[in-house]
Design a protein around this ligand. Structure first.
Ligand code: SF4
Ligand code: SF4
Length: 290
């Protein structure tokens, strides 16, 4: 006992201060890719390199072949960095990981390019900017405990549902319970049964074999309940897409409240999404949902 105490004192506090302090990500961390439209010519090299078709370059419409739309969908992105390799002049991967949103459409960035007299395409206008400015986890975290008490009258209980994930997302979710991320300091606990849960944290593209199980888990969760789709697969099928074996995303089976991009999302990104889900939870659903 004395030895353990001595060891604990020697080790000190290992829990990080997120969301109050956002620490530096590890070397080589790949976050949100951004495109410098002023340097982009809509040449399609990045789209060809992208393994998930998160980036596409298409003619605006058949009748407007002198205009192209460049789209980047952060929900489909697996943060592999291949687009940056293909076009280092215009694309850069940042260290930004707080990308969770409540609307799937907010994960789409689009810009229009027009053909110039020289035959090259030049940036014309931003069509959609994603993700929009979100509250940081630091801002959300400040009011978190109060909100959990108000909404649920106690701590928040999460049931994790693996709906066909490769388990990469599970590795990061498991890390939330270790001493470094220590999700229990927010009054958030993982539980084994949906009957005890307030939130479902769902990973995977939802394989056809898991479709009924996910629906039944959702129905077994008492209201008010929050559903969070974790990772590119859960948002839109990811690298598995939609097929005879895959439903192509959680919201094709049950309603989703928050989407957390990543493949997998790092633990701080998961925390940001979970805090966002609680923060954005509409009070009026408390009485209407069972
Ligand atoms: S980082 Fe990878 S998945 Fe994301 S847009 Fe670039 S090439 Fe596509
Ligand atoms: S998002 Fe990536 S890590 Fe998560 S289940 Fe899908 S492939 Fe695996």
């Amino acid at each position: 006992m004395f030895k353990i105490l001595k060891q604990s004192i020697r080790t000190g506090i290992v829990t990080n201060s997120f969301p109050a302090v956002i620490g530096d990500p590890p070397d080589g961390f790949r976050g949100k890719p951004i495109i410098d439209y002023a340097r982009c010519t809509a040449c399609d090299k990045c789209a060809e390199a992208c393994p998930t078709t998160a980036i596409t370059v298409e003619a605006k419409a058949p009748a407007e072949s002198n205009q192209k739309i460049l789209s980047l969908n952060y929900g489909d992105c697996i943060f592999c960095g291949e687009c940056e390799v293909a076009c280092p002049e215009a694309i850069r991967l940042t260290e930004d990981f707080q990308l969770a949103t409540t609307e799937k459409s907010e994960l789409l960035s689009q810009a229009c390019f027009k053909e110039s007299k020289t035959g090259y395409f030049e940036f014309s206008e931003v069509v959609a900017q994603a993700p929009p400015a979100q509250q940081s986890a630091e801002e959300i975290g400040a009011a978190l405990k109060e909100k959990i008490d108000k909404l649920f009258g106690r701590s928040l209980h999460i049931r994790e549902v693996d709906a066909g994930s490769c388990n990469g997302c599970e590795v990061e979710i498991t890390a939330l319970s270790n001493p470094v991320y220590d999700i229990e300091r927010f009054g958030i606990h993982f539980v084994a049964s949906p009957r005890h849960a307030d939130m479902l944290l769902v990973t995977g593209p939802v394989t056809r074999n898991m479709e009924i199980a996910l629906r039944q888990t959702y129905e077994a969760t008492p209201g008010p309940k929050i559903v969070v789709a974790v990772g590119a697969c859960a948002i839109g099928g990811g690298i598995f897409g939609k097929s005879y074996a895959s439903c192509g995303g959680v919201d094709t089976v049950v309603p989703v409240d928050v989407y957390i991009p990543g493949c997998p999302p790092r633990p701080e990104a998961l925390l940001h999404g979970i805090l966002l889900a609680i923060d954005r939870y509409p009070a009026d659903r408390l009485s209407t949902e069972e």
